[in-house]
Design a binder for this molecule. Structure first.
Ligand code: NZQ
Ligand code: ZN
Length: 383
């Protein structure tokens, strides 16, 4: 196991009816800006629950944050925060609203062009405190210090991370899952599953606790997915889905292990250039990453076959075949297609992604093994 430091400062308030706890958790003296997305919270009752809990608080609202939150939209919110002297941000939504809110929180006090928080990973100044009410389990953003921001004007999608971006607290009420459309539930299940893969399908560093936790999260996701994807899932399936997605990317499973985020970095380019949902991009790319990096990941692929898929025969050359077959079938069972050609994407997009990676000097993967040329092989495998 590698050396590590671990800290996760976000308090989680989990369960039915927990949105009402907002009134105890927020401080009445501060001006709150509540951020949200395209309006789903107004249809499913979450907006009303939040407003009720915040009666007597000073609250302004900023709605309209889009899926894959856009830099230009967020900069409008930054202006409002500065003008209104906002003291706390309350994100009510999925990963996009939460990520967008982290960016707003960091940009308000930032000197210079806030895009540099992403492309140059610039050190933030003072970051406004953030709290969240999660409405869509997927990204883990409710309990991590990361955010991914898009810029439609230049067809870019870039990420940022800093300990100052962790939310102070997040409210996780599994009943919000009832109103999520099937397409988004599939995206969320796949995203969470692949977050674990990026931290588990790497080198074997004999980190046994982290490996067993990772396998537990993946097995839970596979186990509950058929129920979650139904029109009226049970409360417990929703609760397990919600907590799995948080635990997949809140640093519990990754202390002291090597990580490979190349599937995500390639996926971000597919969203930026072609507009595909985040979860869909990952479902396309992951089988290619496994195929091309098979020899580097062999020991963990064997562990994955045996402990997640119950396939003790998945040894040696067979490990990658079994792993790809099983995971692709799982994604397909959720209604998600896994080939670039299924989405009308061809060679021209691959050429542009490779050009961008070369221009940025991108070397991805656990030991910088995913050069632009290797990314090209991964994508060609998915045509
Ligand atoms: O905008 P509204 O109207 O709220 O509708 C949203 C949106 O259309 C809808 N939705 C959310 N909760 C709902 C609901 N509809 C009905 N009922 C509910 N309870 O779902 C749609 C998608 O929402 P979005 O927030 O975009 O989804 P997700 O949580 O998957 O977030 C995706 C974004 O997070 C980034 C992705 O790249 C993408 O930009 N990621 C963030 C990460 C992080 N911060 O750690 C890591 C991830 O790997 C990921 O990259
Ligand atoms: Zn993801």
């Amino acid at each position: 196991m590698n050396n590590f430091e671990f800290q996760n400062p976000t308090k989680i308030v989990f369960g039915k009816g927990s949105i009402a706890r907002l009134s105890d958790l927020l401080y009445k003296g501060e001006k709150i800006m509540m951020t949200y997305g395209g309006g789903s919270i107004k249809k499913n009752g979450v907006y009303d629950q939040v407003k009720k809990a915040l009666e007597g608080f000073s609250v302004i609202e900023f709605g309209g944050i889009e899926p894959n939150p856009d830099f230009d939209t967020l900069m409008k919110a930054v202006e409002v925060c500065r003008k209104e002297s906002v003291g706390v941000l309350l994100a009510v939504g999925g990963g996009s609203v939460i990520d967008g809110t982290k960016f707003i929180a960091a940009a308000v006090d930032f000197q210079g062009d806030p895009w540099n928080l992403l492309v140059k990973r610039a050190e933030p100044g003072e970051v406004l405190p953030i709290a969240t009410v999660l409405t869509m389990p997927a990204t883990g953003s409710e309990m991590n210090g990361n955010a991914v921001i898009s810029r439609r004007a230049t067809k870019e999608k870039r990420d940022m991370g800093h300990p100052k971006y962790f939310p102070m607290f997040s409210i996780l009420d599994p009943e919000v899952v009832y109103s999520i459309p099937k397409r988004q539930k599939a995206n969320g299940l796949i995203d969470a599953f692949i977050h674990v893969c990026e931290q588990y399908l790497t080198d074997d560093v004999d980190a046994q606790i982290q490996d067993r936790w990772s396998e537990g999260v993946m097995k839970t996701i596979v186990n509950i997915a058929p129920e979650v994807i139904k029109d009226n899932p049970t409360y417990d399936a929703c609760a397990n889905y919600m907590w799995s997605a948080t635990c997949a990317l809140n640093n519990f499973i990754n202390p002291g292990v090597n990580q490979d985020w190349s599937t995500h970095m390639i996926g971000h380019e597919l969203t930026a250039l072609c507009g595909l949902d985040h979860g869909v991009t990952l479902a396309i790319v992951l089988p290619g990453t496994i195929r091309v990096l098979d020899k580097f990941k062999r020991k963990k692929l064997e562990m994955f076959c045996e402990n997640v898929w119950n396939l003790p025969d998945g040894k040696g050359d067979a490990a990658a075949d079994f792993a790809i077959q099983k995971t692709e079938r799982f994604f397909n069972s959720l209604g998600v297609k896994t080939r670039l050609s299924d989405y009308g994407i061809g060679e021209d997009v691959i050429t542009e992604i490779v050009r961008r990676f070369r221009e940025r000097g991108a070397v991805l993967g656990e030991h910088g093994i995913v050069t632009p040329e290797v990314a090209e092989q991964i994508l060609r495998n998915r045509l």
